[in-house]
Design a protein around this ligand. Structure first.
Ligand code: OGA
Ligand code: MN
Length: 313
């Protein structure tokens, strides 16, 4: 899929960030309400590039919430202690809500290592999220040792399109089991999921082939690796082996873009068509702090056999 030529408005410029996905937006101030034209241009760019990086933003959590809500109602994170202030503003940091650097063994830090695996945010929900917005307040400095703390993205529309016909046929009827607790079990030192959380986000199945009604029924590959590894209808062993094969496949450089954070970047990505994962950094040495808001999805995921898809044929 070729990206459309970059476009420009009177107020800001949109520059592609690479061949697979992503564009930077320069010259727009998100602390102020957008004009109707700018809002429409941002939405069009988001649909085209799947990831937008708004450079040089200086804005409050309330202003981030207001901008995020242009895309729909925000998700409330299932665990209240991971949020900062409002229940819709999530602290992605090795720094506490009051600014102290946390010990790398602190559960709040270990918990974030779950993000080192390819995923989309809240795939464990029956209706997963539409988009996430992460604001880089403290980022890993240039030339840091022990990893750059980048965030990497992979375009699942490209990944599906590049599959062989045989592989497309193989995945067409399959589903993956997604559940919130899986991420916890990766790190046994983390406390178990509470009864309330377990009830709020029970295991759910999603098709491996995701059909996008807003994209002329285009298809994308949909697996995550932080919320499960079981493929419904396959034995546990075979499913896990196949899941691992797909995990390696989605890491192919041709589908990916790795974002090197600058302070005051607001990166917004489309969870419907991209996977993402955090990259390592030296947690003992460096501070890394992001403020995340998440736009909820509006409908369950459509698969190739969903009635809405079959009706549209
Ligand atoms: C997240 C996440 C990536 C990162 O917060 O959901 O995946 O680079 N973060 O911290
Ligand atoms: Mn994430």
């Amino acid at each position: 899929m070729a990206l459309e030529a970059d476009f420009r408005t009177d107020t800001f410029a949109i520059n592609p960030l690479g061949p697979a996905l992503g564009a930077e937006v320069v010259g727009l101030d998100l602390s102020k309400p957008l004009s109707a034209e700018d809002e429409a241009a941002v939405k069009q760019a988001f649909q085209t590039y799947h990831l937008l990086c708004f450079r040089d933003q200086v804005f409050t959590a309330e202003e981030q919430v207001a901008f995020s809500e242009l895309f729909g109602p925000l998700e409330v994170f299932p665990e209240k202690d991971k949020t900062k202030g409002e229940s819709t503003v999530y602290n992605v940091a090795n720094v506490s809500a009051v600014g102290e650097q946390l010990d790398p063994n602190d559960h709040r830090v270990i918990y974030q290592k779950v993000n080192l695996r390819w995923h989309t945010d809240s795939s464990y929900r029956y209706i997963p999220s539409l988009a996430s917005l992460m604001y880089g307040q403290e980022v890993i400095p240039e030339g840091a040792t022990g990893g750059g703390g980048e965030t990497e993205f992979s375009n699942m529309l490209l990944a599906y399109a590049a599959l062989s016909d045989e592989m497309k046929a193989r995945i067409e009827p399959l589903h993956m089991v997604h559940y919130y607790e899986f991420g916890r079990r990766i790190y046994p030192q983390l406390p178990p999921v509470s009864h309330d959380e377990r009830i709020e986000v029970p295991p759910t199945c999603h098709p491996l082939v995701r059909v996008h009604a807003d994209r002329d029924h285009a298809r994308s590959l949909f697996i995550t690796t932080n919320a499960g590894n079981e493929i419904s209808g396959m034995t546990l062993e075979d499913g896990q082996a196949f899941h691992q094969e797909l995990n390696e496949y989605v890491s192919s450089a041709e589908f990916c873009y790795k974002h090197k954070w600058r302070t005051n970047d607001l990166v917004m990505w489309d969870n419907r068509v991209l996977l993402h994962r955090a990259k390592e950094y030296d947690m003992q040495r460096y501070r890394r702090a992001f403020r995340r808001t998440t736009v909820g999805g509006s409908a369950p995921i459509l698969g190739p056999y969903s009635q809405a898809v079959l009706n549209a044929k």
